[in-house]
Design a protein around this ligand. Structure first.
Ligand SMILES: *[C@@H]1O[C@H](CO)[C@@H](O)[C@H](O)[C@H]1NC(C)=O
Length: 376
């Protein structure tokens, strides 16, 4: 009886809490990231070499035209946000972005090729590194302050959710490439330390700017992305163990860092979630998860590999829901679903039962709709 009334009390508090949230200040997300979270920023950076502007990107999303996502369908952040009942924030460079839309949906600053370090991805010429993304966020804050006033803006930003998901480019398009000075300035241990110090500074800046509810996504087994396999020095096509070890070490240190920041920064709920182990298992035992291929990209330019991105002349695999990787770098929508589920499970995010999930404005097709095309 006592347990039941406690449960009821908690339910009432939950319902009440939700009502307050919705009626006063809508909860939105601000997303900082790389190509795994980009929803159209690089699409507007005309000189960027990291772009997803051409078919067949976006083929399983909305109208099937390229939308800036480096995927056939949804990003991990899309899926997690949907699950939490949050609107999908538009790209910072989306020409239709207004203050009203920012207040309604938040903003996504993620940019393909971007990293924690400024120098990462210089090869791509144009991209927003994390410091740059934070600068852009400060600009957003100014706009919102002049729109709704200083106090309301402060509340709005403290009530928002923040996602920070970068790091693989700092390895793949920096440290592990001999053309970058970081590759000979650091070793495997000191480079991860350098990333952590930089990330710590960046997360502290975000806290100063009001970020209270923040999650950092960890790295997957990046030594197993098709590009790394095809470049593997042994020529075996296997995963690059050194890259995987670096990802594990990044995750371990980032997890520690987030715990530290959560306990030292006032009112900070800063969480870390990675899906390394699950993705590793998917890659090792694809059939267990319903995949038929975990080594090569679904979209590739004939047999010429690595072709850096998926291009209009590329051919597609028969069934996109059975491929772990969409292109040389990026997981498919189906793999992102598994990654998102794992992070949701680890971080304990559950959709609030009192708030029905609204259909997303540009719904991604489920695997079933892919089948018809695949029969061709
Ligand atoms: C990184 O770039 C930002 C500008 O986006 C700049 O303010 C900052 O000083 C740079 N940091 C380093 C370590 O170069």
């Amino acid at each position: 009886m006592k347990i039941l009334s406690l449960a009821l009390a908690i339910m009432v508090v939950t319902i009440f809490g939700t009502t307050i949230n919705v009626s006063h200040c809508k909860e939105v997300q601000f997303i900082f990231g790389d190509s795994l979270s980009d929803v159209g920023n690089n699409k507007q950076l005309s000189r960027s070499l990291a772009q997803a502007n051409l078919p067949w990107y976006g083929i399983d999303f909305g109208n099937g035209l390229p939308n800036g996502r480096f995927c056939n369908g949804r990003t991990v952040a899309d899926i997690i946000g949907d699950k939490m009942g949050l609107p999908r924030p538009p790209a910072f460079l989306d020409p239709s972005l207004t203050e009203d839309i920012m207040l309604e949906k938040g903003v996504n600053y993620a940019s393909g090729g971007g990293g924690i370090l400024n120098a990462t991805g210089t090869y791509f010429i144009q991209r927003f590194s994390l410091y740059k993304q934070i600068e852009l966020f400060e600009g957003t804050q100014k706009l919102i302050r002049s729109k709704i006033g200083k106090e309301a803006a402060e509340k709005f930003f403290q009530n928002s959710r923040y996602v920070v998901a970068l790091g693989s480019n700092d390895f793949i398009n920096n440290y592990l490439m001999p053309v970058y000075s970081d590759s000979w300035t650091y070793n495997d241990v000191t480079f991860v330390d350098h990333l952590m110090e930089t990330l710590k500074d960046q997360l502290k800046i975000l806290h100063k700017l009001g970020a209270r509810k923040l999650m950092v996504f960890g790295l997957g087994p990046m030594g197993c992305i098709p590009l790394q396999r095809v470049l593997s020095t042994s020529g075996s096509g296997g995963c690059q163990e050194r890259s995987n070890k670096l990802a594990l070490s990044f995750n371990k240190e980032a997890s520690k860092l987030l715990k530290e920041l959560s306990s030292t920064l006032p009112n900070a709920n800063y969480q870390f979630g990675d899906a390394y182990d699950v993705v590793n298992d998917v890659i090792t035992n694809p059939s267990k998860y319903g995949f038929s291929n975990s080594e090569s990209p679904c979209c590739s330019f004939g047999r010429i590999r690595p072709s850096l991105t998926c291009v209009p002349a590329s051919s597609l695999c028969k069934d996109r829901s059975k491929y772990v990787f969409w292109d040389e770098y990026h997981p498919s929508d189906a793999a992102n679903q598994i990654i998102a589920n794992e992070i949701i499970k680890k971080l304990g995010f559950m959709h609030d039962q009192n708030q029905p999930i609204e259909p997303s404005p540009a719904p991604a097709f489920g695997p079933s709709s892919q089948d018809e095309e695949d029969e061709q």
